[in-house]
Design a binder for this molecule. Structure first.
Ligand SMILES: [Zn+2]
Length: 462
């Protein structure tokens, strides 16, 4: 939930107090990290180069003993080694015993942190966990511009950064209770004005909220339907998609009817029935469950422990996990959410994932990360594991985290390793299709054709 994190957030009523330990893997609130991260230089390879001998899942199919041929920032082709002749003068990266998947795409992450430097460091951390694109649906326009510029440098070990800037809410609702990076949209006419401003600032999409906060301790007003529709109409004039925070089925359905391109949280309160699934199908909207953030609200200590158990290489310091589940963190979460109430919603949230997937609707994954109880990077991968536990196969999960996410964001140049796509990929030392928890074993990452070594990734995570 965006109100729990992101830059400059705090509840006017003090419901969640001020964030503390949201700095991520390092657990530090100190600024910096930009210079040290930028110092890691990707391995310089010939303009055309190849990864040879790996098992490749290109987003659609698996190819054993494959060659991935890359030129500049693009994939030239993926094929069986014997079918792809290579000239002698190109560099070859040995992929034997390795597993290649498209770069992971986080479709709901706020990067945490009090300053934009901390947020930038968290963005870099995400590359160290195999994320080559991060979509951040909340933040000030100043942070958006800074992070966008930071991520645009081709040699910096950092994912692509897509964002919405401020959240759009309504008077008496999400727009109007003290979040700094929100815009209050007073009605349809105002919606056009606000969306025009955001488009002018270069945002990648629009985020709006239609939520009475039934799952938390506050009661908020929802967004009038005509305002929702006006936001969508205004965004379409700029070619922008609108994604909604709307975890109640009734309010999510309203947003879909208004033209939402996706739901940034799963449906918490009711089963996704045939009518709702038909609506998802008819609109082509995407579904992002953000299971982990609700699991955290239900059992912060337990879910932090599960992330630490998942983190078998200890990529995040133990002290960070301890801080994430410390008394201060518990008090802050419980000031906004009653864990027992949240736990009552969790079976529904988990059960809704599989029918959405089976209906053919587009699924993507996001952790709502940079937030309470989430270790940056680990939490995003653990969200994928949780969706596996909710009934999706590893292939469905990795497909959603790559191709599904690219479709959601309208980035048809990302998400799979077919000819002409941007060369964003992850090289793993264990097979994630055999077991999703093997996503933990990221060895190297390629973003835009640049190879970031294990050493570069370690630096990015630190
Ligand atoms: Zn959020």
């Amino acid at each position: 939930m965006c109100h729990l994190h992101g830059s400059g957030l705090s509840f006017s009523g003090g419901a969640f107090g001020r964030r503390t330990l949201l700095a991520g893997a390092g657990g530090v609130l100190a600024t910096a990290a930009l210079p040290s991260v930028a110092a890691a230089v990707p391995r310089v390879l010939s303009r055309t180069w190849a990864i040879v001998g790996a098992t490749v899942f290109d987003g659609i199919r698996s190819v054993p003993d494959a060659t991935v041929l890359i030129r500049g920032d693009r994939v030239v082709l993926v094929g069986r080694r014997g079918d792809v002749p290579l000239s002698r003068d190109i560099d070859v990266v040995d992929g034997r015993g390795r597993f290649v998947i498209p770069g992971l795409v986080e479709t709901h992450h706020h990067l945490g942190g009090d300053t934009v430097d901390v947020r930038a460091a968290n963005l870099s951390r995400m590359l160290g966990f195999g994320y080559t694109t991060v979509f951040d649906p909340f933040g000030s326009l100043a942070d958006f511009a800074t992070l966008k510029a930071y991520a645009a440098a081709p040699d910096t070990p950092v994912p692509r950064y897509l964002g919405t800037g401020p959240l759009l809410g309504s008077p008496g609702g999400w727009g109007d209770f003290g979040l700094t990076a929100t815009k209050v949209v007073t009605g349809p006419e105002h919606a056009f004005e606000v969306v025009d401003q955001l488009a002018e600032a270069g945002v990648d999409a629009i985020k709006a909220a239609n939520d009475d906060w039934f799952w938390g301790r506050l009661t908020l007003g929802t967004m009038p339907v005509d305002t929702q529709a006006a936001i969508v109409a205004a965004a379409r004039r700029h070619g922008l998609r609108v994604f909604f925070h709307a975890p109640a089925k009734r309010l999510a359905a309203q947003a879909l009817e208004a033209g939402a391109a996706g739901l940034l949280h799963g449906v918490l309160d009711e089963p996704v029935d045939r009518e709702f699934l038909r609506l998802l199908g008819r609109t082509g909207a995407s579904y992002v469950s953000t299971t982990i953030i609700f699991e955290v609200f239900g059992d912060l200590v337990g879910v932090v422990g599960r992330q630490q158990a998942y983190d078998r290489q200890g990529l995040v310091p133990a002290a960070t996990y301890d801080a994430l589940r410390g008394p201060g963190a518990i008090a802050e979460v419980e000031s906004g959410v009653d864990p027992a109430v949240m736990r009552s919603f969790l079976p529904m949230l988990r059960a809704n994932v599989e029918p959405v997937s089976r209906s053919g609707a587009n699924i993507a994954f996001g952790s709502d990360g940079g937030s309470y109880g989430e270790a940056v990077g680990v939490a995003s991968q653990f969200e994928l594991v949780l969706n596996g536990l909710a009934g999706l196969s590893p292939r469905q999960v990795i497909g959603g985290a790559t191709l599904g996410a690219a479709r959601m964001l309208g980035r048809h140049d990302l998400g799979c390793l077919t000819p002409g796509k941007l060369a964003d990929l992850v090289i793993l030392s264990a097979d994630p299709l055999a077991d999703l928890t093997n996503l933990h074993f990221v060895d190297q990452v390629v973003r835009g054709g640049r190879l970031f070594s294990a050493t570069d990734l370690r630096a990015a995570r630190s």
